[in-house]
Design a protein around this ligand. Structure first.
Ligand code: BG6
Length: 463
């Protein structure tokens, strides 16, 4: 075991750890990925022995890991897992953690805060009692605060203890295979890169639809809503990747600069009523831990613009929602018609559940009639068994990147800050203009108003 590397998870008995982190560690071990080879310290309040925890975690691995469960691989991982019981909200208990680390020869710390952001402050204070913790890395989950002000406070506090370039703000959408493919599809293909602008594109549509509701996360979600839970982070990241200029080099700074330029020019028309639709699924207010009169949105659709020379005047439509008819995430590029009346070319980058690329273009109907029909080419990347097994999952990929110290696919503070400014302003406008939150039926496509918003501008959602 490599004692030079210790990976500690705060919130080690939570959903995220069981569903995503431990399975990601298992996939790394099973894929013989040497990057994570040190001790894994699981911190939780519950009374497990390491042995009992390993057994339980093994069951989650069987259910959720990408690679099939093999006893010998899990054994190799399980031997490195240690359960350490403590109340992480009690600063005094960190002295014991320090002693535990010393006794086990731990070092090269990576801390994962798999807990709500309100606990970050206490953990950071507690870690001041742990030797070597401040020079370690830390991975934090979104949401980074609840609004701009809270996010700023959180950031100051984190940066006062950890080095800024040791803070990894995870956005798991950036680890998805097809999100990473957007750049290649665009820049490596002149047929697309040469016409990737408002002159040739009619609109871009980014959809992240979910079939599930809030399930057991009502307490968190009711204070968050779709704008903060999905738009402010995941979908804004995707807009910046679709709209950015080609980075000047392969490094983190180059990509980041281009993403920031997009975020800084992102604009929504003043008329919020015509450019934003919020919705709530019927039955949401009866979900566990949701306020009975909650006005929290479980659906949001926005019409945005990127005010630069490449994109001025062309709408980016983005939408996300829970309890919809299907789970589907895609980026559809709708090109302008060559001549009025001729159907548009559409490039659809399919992110999940199917990964692939769909292209719709015009051909002549076979036979004597000189009529245009649409050809549809549908490349399915995830249909191949081999591809599926080889593609690392988002968390697996991002944890590996953090261990290697690669930061390009993590959110940077200024991105988070700018996104918060945007979402806070939108929310204020929504409240001050007293705009409604429309009801929609579970299993539907979302509120009809979201379709009307596009129709008003001569567009329809691409399905
Ligand atoms: C999370 C949100 O960040 O992403 C959840 O908090 C959402 O509400 C989830 O369900 C969706 O992730 P994925 O990978 O299933 O699209």
């Amino acid at each position: 075991m490599n004692k030079e590397q210790t990976f500690t998870i705060f919130g080690g008995t939570g959903d995220l750890t069981f569903r995503k982190l431990i399975p990601a560690f298992y996939n790394m071990a099973a894929a013989d990925n040497e990057q994570l080879n040190g001790q894994i310290v699981i911190i939780g309040r519950r009374d497990y022995t390491s042995e009992a925890y390993r057994k339980l975690a093994g069951e989650w691995v069987e259910k959720f890991a990408r690679l099939s469960y093999r006893e010998e691989f899990y054994k190799e991982l399980a031997e490195r897992i240690v359960y350490y019981r403590m109340d992480f909200t009690d600063e005094e208990e960190y002295k014991g953690l320090d002693e535990f680390y010393r006794a086990s020869g731990a070092g090269g710390h990576i801390f994962y805060f798999a807990v709500a952001p309100r606990f970050f402050g206490t953990i950071v204070k507690g870690l001041q009692k742990v030797e070597g913790a401040g020079s370690g890395k830390v991975v934090i989950e979104k949401p980074f605060g609840e609004n701009l002000e809270a996010a700023e406070e959180l950031n100051i506090m984190m940066e006062a203890f950890f080095q800024p370039d040791h803070i990894y703000r995870i956005d798991h959408y950036l680890g998805k295979e097809m999100v990473r493919n957007i750049q290649t599809i665009r820049f490596a293909n002149p047929i697309f890169s040469n016409i990737w602008d408002a002159e040739h594109i009619e609109c871009v549509q980014i959809s992240a639809l979910e079939e599930v509701g809030v399930e057991t996360r009502g307490g968190y979600y009711d204070h968050s809503g779709a704008l903060k839970d999905m738009m402010q982070n995941h979908l804004f990241q995707i807009i910046t990747i679709v709209a950015m200029e080609r980075p000047q080099g392969p490094g983190v700074e180059e990509m980041h600069q281009e993403q920031m330029k997009v975020l800084e020019t992102l604009a929504m028309p003043d008329d919020a009523a015509g450019s934003a639709v919020l919705g709530q699924y019927v039955g949401y207010r009866s979900e566990q831990a949701v306020a009975p009169h909650s006005a929290t949105e479980t659906y949001a659709a926005l019409r945005l613009f990127v005010e630069n020379d490449r994109w001025r005047g062309m709408p980016f439509y983005i939408r996300t929602g829970k309890k919809l008819m299907k789970r589907e995430m895609q980026v559809a590029i709708v090109f302008k018609s060559s001549v009025p009346g001729v159907p548009q070319n559409i490039l659809n980058i399919k992110i999940q559940p199917t990964e692939g690329v769909y292209l719709q273009f015009n051909i002549k109907r076979p036979g004597e009639l000189d009529e245009i029909i649409q050809a549809k080419m549908d490349f399915c990347q995830s249909c191949s068994y081999i591809n599926q097994m080889n593609t690392p999952e988002a968390y697996e990929r991002l944890l590996g990147a953090c261990i290697r110290g690669e930061r390009s696919w993590f959110s940077q503070w200024d991105q988070v800050e700018t996104s918060w400014k945007y979402v806070d302003a939108l929310r204020e406008r929504y409240v001050s203009q007293r705009l409604p939150v429309y009801a929609y039926e579970p299993g539907d496509t979302g509120p009809a108003e979201a379709d009307l918003m596009l129709e008003r501008y001569g567009h329809t959602w691409f399905d």
